[in-house]
Design a protein around this ligand. Structure first.
Ligand code: ZN
Length: 167
């Protein structure tokens, strides 16, 4: 029964997404959807959107059957690197990414946190070697009770999602 409900919810969500893509289409580019509500501007910052000159649509607090409220960003003429996808996964772990080609969804996937994140997170421990020497930061991603934590490879300080600062 629970599965059936979920399926129906997914169908409703997919229909809503299809409508939204039709109403406000981008021709070629990327749609980052299911961003946790309030995090779209952080995602925009990761992607340097303020310096971007093509069409960008940012939706805040859109209603979502899965998430209650969600944010969404559509960017014309842009793709995402693995480095950017990792950074998005850190702050918006439920985000889905759709690659749009000629107004059609060519590829759609959920972001995924790697086991290790390199050069994406700052370690704020003043005694950490990354503060003293010019070495790239490395963090191991750990999960506990469905919460994500980030442990500095060098000094082992642990950060929750809310504590981390992206580079
Ligand atoms: Zn450290």
């Amino acid at each position: 029964m629970a599965d059936k409900n979920n399926l129906q919810k997914d169908d409703v969500e997919n229909e809503a997404e299809k409508k939204e893509i039709k109403i406000n289409p981008i021709k070629n580019g990327v749609v980052i959807d299911h961003i946790s509500s309030g995090k779209a501007l952080s995602v925009a910052k990761i992607l340097n959107i303020e310096k971007y000159s093509n069409l960008v649509t940012i939706g805040l607090n859109l209603s979502s059957s899965k998430m209650g409220l969600k944010d969404c960003i559509k960017i014309e003429g842009r793709s995402l690197s693995n480095y950017e996808l990792n950074k998005i996964a850190i702050i918006a772990p439920d985000a889905t990414v759709s690659m749009i080609h000629e107004k059609k969804v060519e590829d759609k996937f959920k972001v995924k946190l790697p086991k290790e994140v390199k050069n994406a997170i700052k370690c704020n421990n003043p005694n950490c070697i990354t503060k003293v020497q010019n070495v790239e930061t490395r963090f191991n991603v750990e999960e506990d009770k469905s919460m994500c934590y980030f442990r500095c490879f060098y000094c082992e300080r642990i950060y929750s999602v809310d504590e981390i600062e992206l580079l």
